[in-house]
Design a protein around this ligand. Structure first.
Ligand SMILES: *Cc1c(COP(=O)(O)O)cnc(C)c1O
Length: 418
């Protein structure tokens, strides 16, 4: 069976050997999974989730019992006062956009303290011109770079002392950058420093890819509001689309007024049959994240043993589910992505090639053979085709499928060795 998939005996041995050394890492991942599963189960129990909540509304979506219960479950799991969990959010980026437009007013300043935000936010903020950007409404933007993969605490404090800032954005996951992702300890530390200067500034965390990687949510360490996608971690590979905004009730309500319309806010928004999938998705999420993390750790170990640079290393603390492999040349990057695609359940017959993508300066190669379009809690691997040719791999619904795909991708690399 392995041979039919193009996996060589040599690669099976490499992966089996790597697995032997990962027992301790896998045990830690299982412990986090247990704790997060307890949290999710408690939230279901405390909110008396029953079959009635699987029912859905159409039209305006008034009195959607399931939707309201889902939002209570998400709030509890995320340690937040309240949450808005909606399929009317097209994506994580859309939820971030709604949040920014909901909280900021003309004349206000938004400050990013993790350098340049995620690519899709550039036109939202106005870093790249767009007639509908925050900038076009007179909202100012500034950013402070990270130093040595940590916050520039002094510059942040000085900035807050001499400027009135309405909202601070912290992006935990690295996006297509080469920095490390931000651990929850660092989020906690910087929020304490921020609060020592400014009690009122809204601290908003882009939490994409970070949910359930550890046991604490940013809301539990002082963030006012957090945002994430349901086709990433918390959707558990089951939610068909959507995103969430969770945090202080007042802010979640404001986001609701912006997502729909002032005056109707959170009272409307039909769920059109997906309540059960959203509930089942968050129920599965702790275990799916554990599978994704094990796949990432295995990838890190195997590719490092083969002589590639990786980030994070297999035994490093993780903040998100993203694994980088620094290939150093285009050929290996493309071959590896081809292997991941070839071991996908959907579109395994396609070969990913570097292509121009809207919003990106370089060509991008993307392996994504997912049940849900664009889902990156399902195994996916992509990277901009520029030096040093970094692959960004994330997800896997089960560890076995993740392992098989890594075996296939490594076989492609070794077969085609220069
Ligand atoms: C994925 C991601 C987003 C949102 O992406 P969508 O594809 O729009 O859901 C935002 N920020 C970061 C850091 C991400 O990884």
């Amino acid at each position: 069976m392995y041979e039919k998939l193009g996996i060589s005996k040599k690669v099976i041995d490499i992966v089996k050997n790597a697995e032997e050394t990962l027992k301790e890492e896998f045990k830690k991942i299982d412990e986090v999974c247990d704790e997060n599963s307890l949290k999710v189960l408690a939230a279901f129990n405390n909110n008396n989730i029953s079959e009635a909540h699987f029912n859905s509304t159409t039209g305006y979506g008034y009195d959607d019992l399931g939707r309201d219960a889902i939002e209570k479950v998400f709030a509890e799991v995320l340690g937040a006062e309240d949450a808005l969990v909606r399929s009317q959010f097209i994506s994580g980026s859309h939820a971030l956009c709604v949040a920014l437009f909901a909280f900021l007013r003309p004349g206000d300043t938004m400050l990013s303290i993790t350098g340049t935000p995620y690519d899709t936010l550039h036109e939202v903020i106005g870093i790249k011109e767009n007639k509908s950007s925050l900038k076009s409404f007179g909202i100012k933007y500034d950013q402070i770079e990270l130093i040595n993969d940590d916050f520039d605490y002094e510059r942040i404090k000085n900035y807050l002392k001499s400027n009135k800032v309405k909202l601070i954005e912290i992006q935990r996951s690295k996006g297509y950058s080469t920095r490390k992702s931000i651990t929850i300890d660092k989020v906690e530390k910087v929020i304490k420093e921020i609060r020592s200067i400014d009690k009122d500034v809204i601290v908003m965390v882009d939490n994409c890819y970070c949910e359930f990687v550890n046991t604490l949510s940013p809301c539990e360490v002082g963030a006012d509001v957090i945002v994430g996608s349901l086709i990433k971690n918390l959707g558990g590979g089951i939610a068909p689309n959507g995103a969430y905004i969770a945090g202080k009730k007042e802010l979640v309500d404001l986001a609701g007024e912006r997502l729909t319309l002032p005056g109707e806010g959170r009272e409307v928004g039909p769920t059109l049959g997906i309540n059960k999938q959203i509930l089942q998705g968050i129920f599965m999420a702790p275990s799916v994240i554990a599978s994704a993390l094990k796949t990432a750790v295995l990838t890190s170990k195997v590719l490092e043993d083969l002589g590639y640079k990786v980030e994070p290393k297999y035994n490093e603390e993780r903040a998100d589910i993203v694994q980088n492999i620094i290939f150093g040349n285009e050929y290996d990057l493309v071959e590896y992505c081809g292997g991941i695609q070839g071991a996908s359940p959907i579109d395994s017959f396609s070969k990913p090639l570097p292509w121009d993508m809207p919003g990106y300066d370089d060509k991008v190669v993307m392996a994504a053979g997912a049940f849900t379009q664009g889902s990156s809690i399902e195994l996916s691997c992509d990277g901009p085709v520029r030096k040093p040719f970094i692959a960004y791999q994330q997800g896997s619904l089960t560890y076995s499928y993740g392992k098989i795909a890594v075996m296939k991708a490594v076989s492609m690399l070794l077969n085609n060795d220069k």
